[in-house]
Design a binder for this molecule. Structure first.
Ligand code: NAD
Length: 487
């Protein structure tokens, strides 16, 4: 497998001036598979300066055709290396190869750059307001609202769906005419450095429009929140880091667009077809539960609680985990030893708080290497327990009972998060009614999938600020200017 270890700064593929490197570890095998240049603060500041100058001193922010062309060239270049990218993602992320045929690779590759590129010509860049004699002076004014790029966008992404998140940021950021500095997570740098190489070698995207800085030091990314030369910070990651970024951005009154954590419900409203609905909650094991929008709280009627627990226990025990290169595997490893320990710590906490461990709960015996955790199910869970409130980011499901729809809505909303969720009910109107009362940014009803480059995604409450994708996800990367002249 060939990989790129250099950063992209001002159109050049470069090593860090630190002269240091950091290891990339395959979480399924624990082997070091290569190394990446270890960017420092000075590299980040150079990248910010390059993005600033590309925004201020070139036509990029006004040249719609160049932007559409650049995005399409990048998409074609990525598609040409699709299979290498697939192996690379499985190796550095530990994601099951199965997931790369969907949201981890193929789906975003198809639309995350092309949809925003198509939208450049359709986006309402200018909107007329009615003429108005605003102060009653007898001089009517013609008025227009112009949408313009924000400027330099600092973009920080996590390791769980790194390419998907990167493309869903780069597409809208560039389509709207911004320049950017991208900082990937230290656990998964190569999909980003590959994008850097492809931009440099296969596109006409001008130097400085996209800069990619890799670093083992999380705080190198903090420059993107504090620098007065950055106009906006767009972050996907944990709520704890999101709070810190928002606070740091306040110093320069920078908008912070945040996609954060979740603790979503899988709400089964009635006992109709219980086997068909409840078993799907075991999907929490996909990619070892490392998905912000996954439904991690199974909420079922108390009248069929024990039956539901048995159904989902059987489904969890059937979940195939192990080698992520095996196409029949649903659950690979956690991304790192640190994440594995974190998940095991939550499992201990669940036991201490009195929840009943139904299945799993430890490190599997049949995976001698790799950061695996067994598919784990807790029953007799009170929604106020830590395992029902905090984001575990592992293959752990908790089951909570409810009495009626009001109780189900109360449980769903009794969370600092509000990202996503699923509702199942034989009565679609009842499901929609409940959906209208749950405070989350996305919801699937009876297995419906809301996902897409054209579909806004993001959170209520402490799951974030702003929306990625869709028209809302284009608008967020624009400023608004209102202009008037004598009519
Ligand atoms: P994290 O917050 O630890 O790190 C995310 C990124 O932020 C990494 O690139 C990291 O290097 C960088 N970072 C850390 N501290 C920083 C700082 N002070 N300033 C700037 N950058 C900083 O999150 P993670 O552990 O990598 O990812 C898992 C989390 O991401 C989960 O909580 C998950 O729910 C969340 N997530 C949310 C979404 C969403 O769209 N809502 C999507 C995927 C993941």
């Amino acid at each position: 497998m060939t990989y790129e270890h250099r950063m992209l700064i001002d159109g050049e593929l470069v090593e860090s001036e630190s002269g240091r490197y950091f290891d990339n570890v395959n979480p399924a095998t624990e082997e070091v598979i290569g190394r990446t240049t270890d960017g420092n603060r000075a590299d980040m500041e150079r990248a910010v300066a390059a993005a600033r100058s590309a925004f201020d001193d070139t036509d990029w922010s006004r040249d719609h055709d160049a932007r559409a062309k650049g995005l399409r060239q990048l998409q074609a270049a990525l598609e040409a290396e699709r299979e290498e990218l697939r192996s690379e993602l499985v190796a550095e992320v530990g994601c099951p190869v199965l997931s790369t045929y969907g949201p981890q690779l193929d789906v975003p590759l198809k639309e995350a750059l092309s949809w925003p590129a198509d939208m450049i010509s359709e986006f309402p860049w200018k909107r007329a307001l009615p003429d108005k004699d605003a102060f009653g002076l007898g001089t009517p004014t013609a008025r227009e609202v112009w949408k313009e790029p924000v400027g330099v966008v600092g973009t920080v992404v996590p390791w769980n769906f790194p390419l998907e998140i990167t493309l869903n940021k780069l597409g809208p950021v560039l389509a709207m005419g911004n320049t950017c500095v991208l900082k990937p997570a230290p656990d998964t740098p190569w999909n980003a450095t590959r994008i850097g190489r492809l931009i440099a070698e296969h596109t006409d995207i001008p130097a400085g429009v996209v800069n990619i800085v890799t670093s083992s030091d999380h705080l190198v990314g903090e420059v993107l929140s504090t620098s007065p030369a950055v106009d906006m910070v767009a972050f996907t990651g944990s709520t704890a880091t999101g709070r810190r970024i928002m606070a740091a951005a306040a110093e320069t009154v920078k908008p912070a667009f945040l996609e954060l954590g979740g603790k979503s419900v899988y709400l089964v409203l009635d006992a109709d077809n219980l086997a068909g609905t409840v078993a799907g909650a075991a999907f929490v094991c996909m990619h070892a539960g490392q998905g912000c929008a996954m439904s991690t709280r199974l909420v079922v009627p108390n009248s069929c609680y024990d039956e539901a627990v048995e159904i989902v226990r059987a489904a969890m025990e059937k979940t195939k985990y192990g080698d992520p290169t095996d196409p029949s595997v649903l659950q690979g490893p956690l991304v790192s030893k640190r994440q594995q320990e974190r998940v095991l710590g939550y499992i201990e906490k669940g036991k201490q708080e009195g929840a009943r461990l139904v299945t799993g709960g430890g490190v599997p015996k049949d995976t001698p290497r790799g950061y695996f955790v067994e598919p784990t199910l807790f029953a007799n869970v009170d929604n106020r327990m830590t395992i029902a409130q905090e984001e575990i980011f592992g293959p752990v499901l908790v089951v909570i009972g409810f009495d009626d729809d009001d109780d189900a809505v109360r449980i769903a909303n009794e969370s600092i998060y509000g990202l996503s969720g699923n509702i199942f009910c034989s009565d679609l109107e009842r499901a929609k009614n409940v959906a209208g009362r749950i405070r989350t940014g996305t919801l699937g009803i009876n297995g419906g999938l809301w996902y897409g480059a054209d579909a806004p995604f993001g959170g209520y409450k402490q799951s974030g600020v702003g929306r990625q994708c869709g028209i809302e996800g284009l608008e967020i990367f624009t400023e608004t200017k209102t202009v008037g002249w004598p009519a």
